[in-house]
Design a protein around this ligand. Structure first.
Ligand code: SME
Length: 319
């Protein structure tokens, strides 16, 4: 019970922090200024031991805005927790720094640590590093909110592609999600160029029906979008969603930023623990071709048109 309360409190605090971050980054173009305020905000709200950024400068990380005790200035690529996060393009959670080979001890008081990559156009441009004086401070909740903060920093929208069976219903669903700014339906990761709906329908093109979702990461995170995605699919069904059958109706999430893979994988893992095999692809987006105009916003144009999703499911899109 106590644990649950602490979890709820932490989530509530991060949600408050997220709304401040959204206002801090909106319209501001100076990266250092944004990092400085985000470090100050996180440090004050959570009482961490050290909170700050290292920025990628050529082949090393260089100390950026931070709060806390003095820190080492330069970290080589692949070294320490920070350099590992940069090299592996993923969040690194260290429950006990003494157990992390190569951990760089800027302060002997640090006991646990989390490092989250900050990316721009698929490249790591900085890392957000937080140290705690207690062991086991950081978990999946910290990861997902700090990843959301990292994604919000550059102020740009992000893109992700969801194959969820028939794209008519999937587009209607994602359009309703707060923070989603644009959607379009099309065909992804097949072998033919500029396919028509008719061609894809034959299942000979290798394409999957797919919704391209653009979103504002300061409002909705990739983790939340992935969780919503899992609510509208049967993740254990191969090439069949509802009554729609064929490889074109396979399920998959396609990304174009390698850093996004580990964020999505964390949600996948929750389903993988089940006894059934997960049938959802997680792959880089190889290609996406917009479908014909009559497929775009199909269910807005045809409110009584076919939809494999139940009417209740759409309520889940509205937070
Ligand atoms: N411990 C980090 C170095 C930075 S300090 O924690 C501020 C690391 O191993 O990369």
């Amino acid at each position: 019970m106590k644990l649950e309360n602490n979890t709820q409190k932490k989530i509530a605090k991060y949600q408050d922090v997220m709304s401040v971050v959204a206002s801090l980054v909106e319209g501001e173009t100076d990266e250092i200024a944004k990092m400085a305020n985000v470090a100050a905000l996180l440090h004050r709200e959570f009482g961490f031991w050290w909170t700050g950024f290292y920025r990628v400068q050529n082949d090393e990380l260089v100390l950026g805005p931070f709060q806390g005790p003095l820190a080492c200035v330069r970290i080589p690529y692949g070294k320490g927790v920070c350099g590992t996060s940069w090299a592996e393009k993923r969040t690194v959670v260290v429950p006990d720094v003494e157990m992390f080979p190569g951990h760089i001890a800027c302060s002997s008081e640090s006991r646990s640590e989390i490092v989250v990559p900050v990316t721009h156009d698929g490249n790591v441009v900085a890392v957000l590093d937080i140290d705690s004086r207690e062991l086991n401070t950081f978990d999946d909740i910290d990861s997902r909110y700090l990843e959301q903060i990292a994604a919000s920093l550059d102020g740009s929208e992000r893109d992700i592609w969801f194959a969820a069976g028939c794209f008519w219903g999937a587009q209607k669903f994602f359009k309703k999600v707060d923070g989603v700014t644009f959607t379009e339906v099309g065909f992804a990761n097949g072998i033919t160029e500029n396919p028509t709906y008719k061609e894809v329908y034959t299942d000979a093109t290798g394409h999957a029906e797919c919704v391209h979702v653009r979103y504002n990461p300061a409002v909705i995170s990739l983790s939340e979008l992935t969780e919503l995605y899992f609510k509208i699919i049967d993740p254990f069904s191969l090439n069949k969603q509802g009554e729609d059958e064929g490889t074109r109706y396979r399920t998959g999430i396609y990304y174009h930023d390698e850093c996004e893979k580990s964020i999505i994988e964390r949600i996948f893992k929750r389903y993988e623990s089940s006894s059934q095999k997960l049938m959802v692809e997680l792959l880089p987006l190889q290609c996406f071709y917009k479908a014909e105009e009559y497929h775009q916003d199909y269910l807005d144009k045809n409110p009584n048109g076919y939809c494999h999703l139940s009417p209740e499911i759409f309520k889940l899109a509205e937070k």
